[in-house]
Structure formats: C-alpha cells, structure tokens
Design a protein around this ligand. Structure first.
Ligand code: PHE
Length: 338
C-alpha cells in the first residue's frame, strides 16, 4: 500500500508536468483526484487494511493529495501565464503607429459644376425643377413647336425607346412640364442628363445640361442678356468677353447662341477654340408664342426667355479636360484630381 501511494505521487507529478495545456491538466486532475480517480481508489483500499496501519497510510495518502493539489495549482498558474503571454503576442498592437486614413470620396467634377451653376441662378431667384430622362415625343418635340416633319428633329439624332417615346435629347421638355403645372411667373433651372446618337472626343451619347426658363410680364431679350452675362462673369471671371450670335431654335424666337472668349488662350486663338478665340457654351432665346399656347399661357400677356447650356463642355473648359470620355469612364486617376 505504501509503495502504491509513493508510486502514485511520482506518476502524478510526472503527468502534471507533462500536461501541455489547461485542458490536458484538467483531465489529469480528474484522473488523479476525481471521484473515480486513482487517489480515491487508494483511500478506499486503506479501509480494507488492518486498523493499526490505517493512520499512517491515511497520513501518507493525505500528504500525496496535498502535493498533487499544489502541483496542479502551480502547473495551472504556469499554463495560464503562458496562454496569456501568447495571446498578448498574437494581439500585439503598436499604439505609436500613425493611423491609416480611410479613403474619402468627393463629388464628381460634373456634380461640382452643376452645383456652381445652380448656386448662381439660385441667387437670382430661380428654383430647381427636374423631369424624366425617358420622355414622350410630345414633350421633347411637338409641344416645343417642333412638329414631326420639322427638320430640327433630324439634327437631334434621337434614341427611340418605342414609338412616341424617346430618351430626351435636351432638358427643354421640362419647360413644358413646369408651365403645365405652374401659373406664371416662373423662374426655374433644370439640371439633367440628355441623350443623342453621337460619340467622339467632344460628343458623348449621354451628356448633361442645365436648362433655364423665366416667364413673367414684360420680360425682354435684355433680361436674358443681363442674366446670362451675370452668370458668365461669375462663373468664368469678370474679364470674360461674351458674344450673342443669331441662331435658330424652333421653340425660341429670336434665338441666339452664346460664345465666350476662349478660357485657354483668352481669345488669342488656340487648339481648344479652333483658332477662333471663341467658345460656344449655350443656346437661348425668347420663348416662342406657340410654346406658350401649348402650355396654355396667355402669350399676349406674358413673355419669357429660355436657355440651355452644356455642363460637360463647361466642365471641360473650366478644367482643360481634353476628352469628354474622361467625365464618365470613372478612372480614379482622373477623378481624384478634382
Ligand atoms: N435645347 C437646346 C439644345 O439642346 C438649347 C436651348 C434651350 C435653346 C432653351 C434655346 C432655349 O440645343
């Protein structure tokens, strides 16, 4: 019996030392001290021995139990410290490292230009209106004094969705949509995408316009000129020269195209302005009485002006962008410059 107790001590201390982790240690503890463990077995054995031997054996067994318990406790502390230091090493963070900034986006250059344009007209009392990209031929053409056989329809290179329905070729249909819903006076600017069958370095099948419409009693071409001059001087700078060239649009009469002195060469002549010194930026005119008739506006009482400008072109002039494709190809190396 005595030898058995001594053997258990040696065996137990070896097993505890060999336990590689907390789980193995717990299993060892149960095997040694548990209800069906080795020590319990020995204690039971003691009750079978002659009574005079029992105190000595009992003492020896208790001493072994105390040693085993202490050894397990020591081993547990060591394993816990080891696990802790391993975790600390795995989760180590250098708090002195500089932080990594999350990449921050910004508005697309086209939207920046939209905002600048709309802000200027907002100050002049214009409100923002919008309309659908998929538009009926009625709003895109007919109601704008452009009947089916009108030659101006050809020049628009229209995308057809189905008979009678098109991708709008300009933002002008929103003029009619606004007038149908609003009694004069009206003053609106209309940002929006427009579509034409056209694709080269300066034309894209989808591009952006800002339309303007102002209707009231006594509005004249001088008001149109004044507002557009103010806009151009604000947007392109005070020293920009402006030229109104007679032009034709079915929905305005008289009509004009507006040129500004070249922003690149200041009018000296360069590749951007094709050596003319001038750049065309918008079309405009006095609202045609027939358009007012479609809108059920009294064209004896009211007059108005309208204009439409190409936002992509204006963005390209402002930032010396060589190809319109850059504006929608979403190459970050391009976009991040703005
Ligand atoms: N809608 C015309 C275009 O896209 C521009 C325009 C708008 C002209 C309003 C006159 C009045 O070319």
């Amino acid at each position: 019996m005595k030898e058995q107790i001594e053997a258990l001590r040696r065996e137990a201390l070896d097993a505890i030392a060999a336990a590689g982790d907390l789980k193995a240690l717990e299993e060892t503890r149960v095997r040694l001290l548990g209800r069906k463990g080795r020590l319990t077995e020995i204690l039971r054995g003691i009750s079978q021995t002659p009574p005079e031997d029992r105190p000595v054996l009992g003492q020896a067994a208790n001493a072994v139990k105390a040693d085993i318990t202490a050894a397990i406790e020591a081993r547990r502390n060591a394993l816990e410290a080891q696990a802790e230091s391993e975790r600390a090493r795995a989760e180590w963070v250098d708090l002195s490292l500089p932080g990594r900034r999350p990449p921050r986006g910004h508005m697309h250059v086209i939207n920046q230009v939209y905002d600048e344009i709309l802000d200027i007209f907002h100050e002049l009392g214009f409100q923002v209106a919008t309309g659908p990209d998929v538009e009926t031929e009625y709003y895109n053409f007919d109601s704008l004094n452009t009947p089916p056989d009108h030659p101006a329809r050809d020049s628009h290179d229209t995308f057809f969705v189905k008979p009678g329905v098109v991708l709008r070729t300009h933002t002008s249909p929103v003029q009619m949509r606004v007038m149908e819903k609003t009694a004069p006076p009206v003053a609106v600017v209309v940002p929006g995408r427009v579509y034409r069958v056209d694709y080269d370095a300066s034309h894209s099948p989808m591009f952006n316009q800002v339309e303007g419409l102002l209707v009231d009693e006594g509005v004249t071409f001088a008001d149109l000129k004044g507002s557009l001059m103010l806009f151009i001087h604000r947007f392109f700078g005070r020293d920009t020269r402006v030229r109104f060239r007679p032009h034709f649009f079915p929905f305005t009469e008289p009509s004009a195209e507006v040129d500004i002195s070249c922003t690149v060469c200041k009018g000296q002549g360069c590749r951007v302005c094709k050596h003319s010194g001038w750049l065309e930026i918008l079309g405009c005119g006095m609202v045609h009485p027939n358009v007012f008739a479609y809108a059920k506006y009294d064209y004896e009482k009211y007059t108005g002006y309208a204009f439409g400008m190409g936002v992509d072109r204006i963005a390209m002039l402002r930032h010396a962008i060589s190809s319109i494709g850059h504006l929608f190809e979403n190459d970050l190396r391009f976009l991040e410059q703005f």
